[in-house]
Design a protein around this ligand. Sequence first.
Ligand code: 1HE
Length: 269
Amino acid sequence: MNDVVNPATYERLAISARDNGLYVLTLNRPEKRNALDVVTIEELIRFFSGARMAGVKAVLLEGAGDHFCAGLDLVEHWKADRSPDDFMHVCLRWHEAFNKMEYGGVPIIAALKGAVVGGGLELASAAHVRVIDPGTYFALPEGQRGIFTGGGATIRVSDMIGKYRMIDMILTGRVYQGQEAVDLGLAQYITEEGGSYAKAMELAEKVAQNLPLTNFAICSAVSHMNNMSGMDAAYAEAFVGGIVNTQPAARERLEAFANKTAARVRPNT
Ligand code: 1HE
């Protein structure tokens, strides 16, 4: 077994393999509400840096216990009494982890529940698809804690809900949940109470069946292209399309469509 997917080599993450290269990655520190300490961030970097080369085709990301993630380990941060330089480097490691997630090319479906707050929201926002249930709630309590974001909320949360809603969340501690959270863009799916894991699993199983190179483009190129000018993005899209849309593995699927054996796209009933 490749060490990247070997659960015995992780302390804070639980890893379990399913069919088709699908892995369930669980933040496994429920007694601390899955707060993100230095060890957890390093383990996320290790997993997501090596996932694609280890044959991971999709990841279901979840948290053990009643909450997805309580954000930065405030107790570790308080005890460490870090210098600005030290904490800048902590933030850079968070960015390393979350950029590996967003740009790594492996689809990540987050099954959210309970608190998704502070750095927990930053982590969730690096996943490609977020599923919530009515009890899931989002907040940026940094303002009340006397600190600021450091794991990409200024970028990804602003991107999801708009700059001024993000500013309001961190300034006032505003909490979003339920259908409103979906309507604003914090999540793409809402289920009945307790149903986010099952829905995320259904989605993860589905995307694990896509061709890996196609998923790589979707879960890497789109984010890169959003950072480019329109002209450069169009050029890059043509380039990526040139490679992905001519991959030999796609021919079978295209042939099935041409032969009328592939499923057609139909409206929801
Ligand atoms: C923690 C943390 C944590 C819980 N760091 N230890 N994040 C926050 O401001 C959220 C802080 N946490 C909470 O508001 C609540 O804990 C929860 C709403 C998430 C859960 O409430 P609850 O009642 O289920 O749990 P609890 O009793 O508050 O906490 C249980 C234990 O988890 C307790 O430890 P114990 O040893 O006393 O049992 C808590 O201390 C511990 N715990 N949350 C450390 N966050 C790169 S910059 C990012 C900036 C941020 O992320 S700021 C947002 C931080």
